[in-house]
Design a binder for this molecule. Sequence first.
Ligand code: FAD
Length: 273
Amino acid sequence: MKTSFEFFPPRTDKGKQTLAQVRQELSAINPEYFSVTFGAGGSTQDATLETVLDIQANDGVSAAPHLSCIGSEKAKIIELLDQYKAADINRLVTLRGDIPSGVRDIGDFRYANELVEFIKSEYNNHFHIEVAAYPEMHPQAKNIQTDLEHFANKIKAGADAAITQYFYNADAYFRFRDDAQKLGIDVPITPGIMPITNHTQLVRFSNMCGAEIPKWILERLKLYENDLDSLTAFGTEVVSNLCQTLKDQGVDSFHFYSMNRTEPSLSIAKNLL
Ligand SMILES: Cc1cc2nc3c(=O)[nH]c(=O)nc-3n(C[C@H](O)[C@H](O)[C@H](O)COP(=O)(O)OP(=O)(O)OC[C@H]3O[C@@H](n4cnc5c(N)ncnc54)[C@H](O)[C@@H]3O)c2cc1C
């Protein structure tokens, strides 16, 4: 069973200390890699580089920087990729990203497939490239079929694997995996797993990224709004069951959106090993 954990780059000293501890605790189960998000438009880009270099040098776990292209110039992307290559980093999560409000220039790349193609042409097979997949459709897509075709374009451009947006409907993942297979896509599609620890934040994220929270889950999250222990216990059970269902259907790799916390990702992951 393969696991990976995603972090956002901390901005404060306290955040850095917390993440260092989390990385150490998660290293205990030998994850395949730790990935670090990257803010389109520049907000957290230096912090991503700093965090990734620290992981690569100190954790004994491979680091995988996320790299988004919207609003970026080719020269800036090359500068960053050269730094990653020099640090022996050979895995990337490659994305379009979202253009920050107020930014007009979309830069040299419009969609993630163009970035994948560019990296493959400039760096051959140095980087193992993961791209994003959306079992419940990307929120800006015209329809689910064109979104799937756009996903296929990223694989045709040279992506080696994919990580999905989080979901709580296992059937959405299975259907997406089947539909992708019918298009001839045979790369691994790792489910992205979002642990449930907070009602308001999860609803906000889900509205933004188009992930559905089923009503039977949502109603209980509302019920436990002021009872964090019950909410976390319920959320951990739901997400563990989801992972088990995926595992029972042949999934052997899980990517956790850890939110820079050890738990409940670690407990959920341990149950799967
Ligand atoms: C695992 C994962 C990690 C992520 N990490 C980050 C991160 O670190 N930083 C960050 O800013 N965001 C991150 N995101 C969010 C992501 O950047 C957004 O979802 C973004 O809106 C789309 O990125 P993408 O790479 O999927 O884009 P794309 O694959 O380019 O698709 C974007 C949209 O454009 C459509 N499209 C694609 N090609 C075409 C075309 N030729 N013509 C018309 N429409 C087209 C697609 O259907 C889709 O609706 C992450 C998402 C996931 C699932």
